[in-house]
Design a binder for this molecule. Structure first.
Ligand SMILES: [Zn+2]
Length: 362
């Protein structure tokens, strides 16, 4: 299994180690409440971070493989803008096992350990990747960055161009007008799911993936959301923008219906204080990255302690050998001196020979 795998270059290992030890502050949280309708890759989230020690600025993104196929490589480009509409700098970046840039790989909100992530050559279906990988951004001030997904390479070597700018329209639940929220409340059949997976966005449906109202991005083949288990068909037929608008028109035409079902204080609202949510997310991210840095520093210090430990063991072995040598040297001598006088000259010569031989043996 390992024979097909190219050895990872030392510089990539060093870079990864350096990245893991960074102490970071989140400058900006990037969210993507929309799908990229024809892309095999969807966006989970992104962060612009600053190194607390060096003040270097980086971009870090988390992607999701939305296809059934194993992914070997993703090429992206970051366009940096000043005030003009033309980007003043491009940064190309490759996510792959060969460069050790898959970062932390995860599935269903569970992240693999670094060691296991590094062993994975391919990204499987619905796995996320890219966390803890930092793309250096120019120091010069930039007003906007734009991420472009250039291409993917699958495990069989097939390369598919994406050329998609990461951008999209989204309708967040919290931004809906009160009447539309009321309509949603009336037609919602998944009230119990709201506790754990509150409705965050109006769902979207693309050719490769669909966005569930809970915010999870699912492959097109998934009939129910892989996170909250709400049905795809129900969402498509009842709560997409057009359907909500249709129902709203019907309800507005019959004002009695609206007043009868005034539920403007229903529960979803309290989950959607986005400022707090964003702040919580940033804190979680910084904490997770801090833990990684601490772990890495601990491993490093353990390695440093290894050298004195080895020296101690070597010293001990040396002393042991020295002791044995001394014991063997002194043993025959003391025998010879205690038995002196009784033996003849021949015996004395033999003892001396044995003594010399054992010395040389040592
Ligand atoms: Zn869902």
């Amino acid at each position: 299994m390992k024979s097909n795998c190219k050895p990872v270059e030392k510089e990539h290992i060093l870079r990864q180690k350096q990245d893991r030890m960074r102490s970071l502050r989140v400058v900006k949280y990037l969210e993507y409440p929309f799908i990229l309708p024809d892309s095999p890759i969807d966006m989970e989230e992104g962060y612009i971070v600053s190194d607390r020690d060096t003040y270097d600025i980086f971009a870090s993104f988390i992607f999701k493989n939305i296809t059934d196929r194993q992914l070997k490589k993703l090429d992206v480009r970051i366009n940096c803008y000043l005030n003009q509409n033309i980007p003043y700098a491009h940064i190309d970046f490759e996510y792959s096992h060969d460069l050790l840039t898959f970062g932390i790989i995860g599935k269903d909100d569970v992240d693999l350990k670094f060691k296991d992530s590094n062993k994975k050559q391919y990204i499987d279906k619905c796995e996320t990747f890219g966390a803890c990988v930092y793309i250096p951004l120019p120091e010069t001030y930039f007003t906007k960055i734009e991420l472009v997904l250039l291409s993917v390479e699958y495990a069989n070597g097939e390369v598919v161009d994406i050329n998609t700018v990461v951008a999209g329209d989204s309708r967040k639940y919290k931004d809906l007008d009160n009447i539309t929220k009321m309509v949603y409340s009336r037609v919602n059949i998944y009230r119990s799911a709201e506790e754990k997976f509150p409705t965050k966005v109006v769902p979207q449906f693309g050719n490769t993936s669909w966005l569930c109202c809970c915010g999870n991005k699912n492959p097109n083949a998934a009939e129910v959301c892989e996170k909250c288990a709400r049905e795809k068909e129900w969402q498509k037929n009842v709560i997409v923008s057009e359907k909500l608008e249709e129902t709203k028109t019907r309800m507005v035409n019959d004002p009695r219906e609206v007043t009868l079902h005034d539920k403007s204080k229903f529960k979803q609202n309290r989950y959607l204080e986005t400022k707090e949510e964003t702040q919580k997310k940033i804190e979680q991210y910084e904490k997770a990255m801090k833990n990684i840095a601490l772990e890495e520093k601990y491993n490093e210090s353990r390695k440093l302690l290894l050298i004195p430990k080895i020296l101690l063991i070597v010293g001990f072995i040396y002393l042991l050998i020295f002791g044995i040598k001394l014991f063997i040297e002194l043993g025959p001598l003391s025998n010879a001196s205690s038995g002196g006088g009784g033996g003849g000259e021949q015996e004395a010569v033999e003892t001396a020979n044995i003594e010399r031989d054992s010395y040389y043996l040592l």
